[in-house]
Design a protein around this ligand. Structure first.
Ligand code: B12
Length: 209
């Protein structure tokens, strides 16, 4: 089994065999981050096929299920080398967006560094985020946004935190395939992470700021 074959299993939506394949790859000593990259490349291709009508929604759903099977095996091995503190981070996927695979990978890695995580799930309204930040005195809000249409939800969170008078007490970091540092800043976020590894690194820096 090669990493290329893992990528292809995702594109072929091989939901029944992907877990075994990932376990086999781990057993041969492959770096878990490299396996994650191979899986993500498969999902990227599925996304492209969906966009160009080479795949339909039912296949997109199955691709998500296949990725979840793989991540269930991979997650315990995705340890971050960074050392965190016991500080609290509120994590959510923005309102109107139900994608949670990337968010959950970020959470796994943040937990492995020792951060306390409040996971507000997907389709999360800004009020819930403000409430959690207040209750838990969170230092960082980490938002995932995968849909172009829901990117403006980031600025709603920024404004809601301002309105509650706690914006200066908390940093906002965002991530997700359609985002860039420019888009993040334009929507009121303080920072952006292109992947979970970079996310953990930048969150540590934000904590120290
Ligand atoms: C799987 C998938 C689904 C699954 C989601 C399953 C689930 N439980 O998450 C299902 C089938 C449900 C789905 C639904 C839809 N989807 Co979809 N989906 C995808 C797909 C193929 C992969 C997403 C994924 O999980 N990637 C793997 C993870 C690991 O990557 P990631 O999420 O980007 O996360 C990494 C980084 O971005 C980063 N990260 C993520 N979040 C954060 C947060 C922070 C703070 C930080 C620092 C980092 C970080 O770290 C992660 C790990 O490294 C993408 C295509 C793509 N290439 O992204 C389309 C895609 C995102 N979907 C798309 C669309 C259109 C839809 C639907 C609207 C389809 C429909 N007609 O119903 C619905 C929307 C439903 C909704 N309201 O949310 C489009 C969005 C287009 C756009 N630009 O707006 C995409 C891009 C496909 C495409 N090319 O057309 N989808």
């Amino acid at each position: 089994m090669t990493l290329e074959e893992i990528t292809n299993m995702l594109i072929k939506l091989d939901v029944n065999n992907i877990a075994n394949a990932v376990q086999g790859e781990l057993d041969t000593g492959t770096n878990p981050q490299e396996i994650l990259v191979a899986l993500t490349q498969g999902l990227d291709e599925v996304g492209r096929l969906y966009e160009t009508k080479g795949m339909f929604l039912v296949e997109l759903v199955l691709a998500g299920e296949t990725m979840k099977e793989a991540v269930a095996i991979l997650a315990p091995h995705l340890k971050s080398e960074e050392k965190g503190s016991k500080e609290t981070i509120v994590v959510a996927t923005v309102k109107g967006d139900n994608h949670d695979i990337g968010k959950n990978i970020l959470i796994t890695m943040l937990m492995s560094t020792g951060f306390e995580i409040i996971d507000l799930g997907t389709d999360c309204p800004e009020e819930k985020i403000v409430q959690a930040v207040k209750e838990k005195s969170a230092k960082v809000v980490a938002l995932s946004a995968l849909l172009t249409t829901t990117i403006p939800e980031i600025s709603k969170v920024d404004k809601a935190l301002q309105k509650a008078g706690i914006r200066e007490k908390v940093k906002i970091i965002v991530g997700g395939a359609p985002l860039t540092m420019e888009l993040a800043k334009a929507n009121g976020a303080d920072d952006f992470g292109a992947d979970a590894v970079e996310g953990v690194r930048r969150i540590r820096v934000l904590m120290e700021a």
